[in-house]
Ligand binder design. Structure first.
Ligand SMILES: Nc1nc2c(ncn2[C@@H]2O[C@H](COP(=O)(O)OP(=O)(O)OP(=O)(O)O)[C@@H](O)[C@H]2O)c(=O)[nH]1
Ligand SMILES: [Mg+2]
Length: 285
């Protein structure tokens, strides 16, 4: 499927990568945020290289929008098969945040014990968030920065201009997250990134993405789609279903035709807001 002309600027990516790598040097633990609706597609394929030699926790964020049993399967996959502590989170509401703090502290225990053995002064565990655009990095930072945290300000001697935020006792977080560009050759992955909002709407073909979404929902979750838009039956052709939805929602243009773009925007936004239901698009069996 053609989701639009995707342009990734190599220069921009190189710069972003360099910044992530530089910041990573300053921390003990990286928290890799994934979108629970697309745990595989929201993973930067180069992540293992970028995070090599770094302790890592994985967060399945936006779990409120994903299928519960799928999220549990993914959590087990990452923790059991890949060996990373994996925390299910809703960073908007802050649900699961304490589990994340505990996991980070547990991960860094050895580092701190080694420092202590060398007679060094105890210091907080340092962490940073990494993830693709829109996955919830800033929301999570704000959540962690909320209660009981203080901005520690510039710390000369570490790196000029970096802001550290103290999170409760014994934890410190870099206030700038590492943005990992999504990267894909597989158009299916491109679709999943577009439909969940990881790729800017300006560069995707909204109508095409929505038609594909309607197609998938019609095949896999027909009742959810019917219920949301009060449709008695679903058409075989997703563009016919889109038109029916447009009529229901009064998205008409002169001549009585359906404004399909306006309708597509509504469906896409309602999907992203979880109004059609909770779906995981990268499924584990
Ligand atoms: N439903 C839901 N929405 C969330 C959650 N976490 C974040 N969001 C929403 O997702 C959108 C993006 O969140 P941000 O925290 O700005 O994401 P980000 O990773 O910092 O994005 P960039 O700065 O663009 O890389 C916002 O509209 C948030 O309100 C969550 O757990 N559940
Ligand atoms: Mg952000």
């Amino acid at each position: 499927m053609e989701i639009g002309t995707l342009q990734w600027y190599p220069g921009h990516m190189v710069k972003a990568r360099k910044m992530v790598l530089e910041n990573l040097k300053l921390v003990d633990v990286a928290v890799e945020l994934l979108d629970a609706r697309i745990p595989m597609s929201s993973r930067n394929p180069e992540i293992d290289l970028i995070l090599a030699n770094k302790l890592r926790a994985i967060v399945l964020n936006k779990s409120d929008l994903a299928d519960k049993s799928q999220t549990e399967k993914w959590r087990r996959f990452f923790s059991t098969e890949q060996g990373y502590p994996c925390i299910v989170l809703e960073s908007q509401l802050g649900k699961g945040v304490n589990n994340l703090i505990a996991a980070v502290q547990e991960l860094a225990k050895d580092i701190l014990e080694k420092l202590a053995a060398k007679g060094r002064k105890p210091r907080p565990v340092r962490l940073m968030m990494v993830g693709i655009p829109n996955v919830g990095k800033s929301s999570l930072i704000n959540r962690l920065a909320g209660k009981g945290s203080t901005r520690t300000g510039d710390r000369p001697g570490v790196t000029k201009g970096k802001q550290w935020i103290r999170v409760g006792k014994g934890l410190e977080m870099l206030d700038t997250p590492g943005i990992l560009w999504p990267k894909f050759e597989d158009p299916e992955v491109g679709f999943k990134l577009a439909v969940t909002g990881a790729i800017k709407d300006e560069i995707i073909n909204i109508e095409q993405v929505t038609l594909k979404l309607i197609h998938i929902l019609s095949m896999k979750f027909p009742e959810a789609l019917k219920n949301r838009y009060k449709l008695e039956v679903l058409e075989e052709d997703p563009s016919e279903t889109l038109k029916k939805i447009g009529v229901k929602r009064g998205c008409l243009i002169s001549g009585g035709n359906v404004d399909t773009l306006k309708t597509a925007v509504i469906v896409l936004n309602e999907f992203r807001a979880g109004k059609i239901g909770r779906f995981t698009l990268d499924e584990l069996s």
